[in-house]
Design a protein around this ligand. Structure first.
Ligand code: HEC
Length: 139
């Protein structure tokens, strides 16, 4: 089943550009900012993976910790969000904020041990990833 999922993901990846024209808004920012942002992004996807791993092992406290520190409101200082926000269109910044808020909500729910609501809120986190990626590009 694992290999099936890998094939599916690869197929989706190659088909995506063919079925969907790229109408994302280009957001210009200095090279250094771009690199900084992409570093953050790679950590974001790693954090989501670590959250899912923790959930599958029933370690909700660990899931909460990763969400709050790497994606939640507590992560804002670490990744220079206020500085970066100056380069973003308003709506893009709002999507970013909604992601941070969703992650902090998730963290509180996970701490309370509520699995089902936690999954719903994890979904709200990834919804923000998807929304921003659908709307914007930086290069
Ligand atoms: C506020 C907007 C925004 C949010 C929210 C956001 N991203 Fe991104 N992300 C971007 C942009 C813009 C790019 C660059 C896309 C491009 O230029 O093609 C990007 C790129 C990436 C990349 C590619 C990094 C690379 O080195 O190529 C990954 C992985 C990624 N994002 C993961 C995530 C994950 C996971 C989340 C949610 C937890 C997330 N992002 C949330 C805007 C966002």
């Amino acid at each position: 089943m694992k290999i099936f999922r890998v094939i599916l993901a690869a197929t989706a990846f190659f088909l995506y550009p063919a079925v969907q024209a790229d109408d994302r808004q280009m957001v210009k920012m200095p090279e250094m900012m771009q690199e900084h942002m992409m570093n953050n992004m790679r950590d974001h996807v790693m954090a989501v993976h670590e959250i899912l791993t923790a959930l599958s092992e029933d370690r909700l406290d660990q899931a909460a910790l990763v969400a709050e520190e790497r994606l939640g409101m507590s992560s804002l200082d670490n990744h220079g969000a206020s500085h970066m926000a100056n380069f973003m269109p308003q709506q893009m910044g709002e999507i970013g904020t909604s992601m941070h808020k969703a992650a902090s909500r998730f963290a509180r729910t996970a701490e309370e041990g509520d699995h089902l609501t936690a999954y719903d809120q994890l979904n709200q986190i990834t919804a923000a990833c998807v929304a921003c990626h659908a709307g914007y590009r930086i290069r």
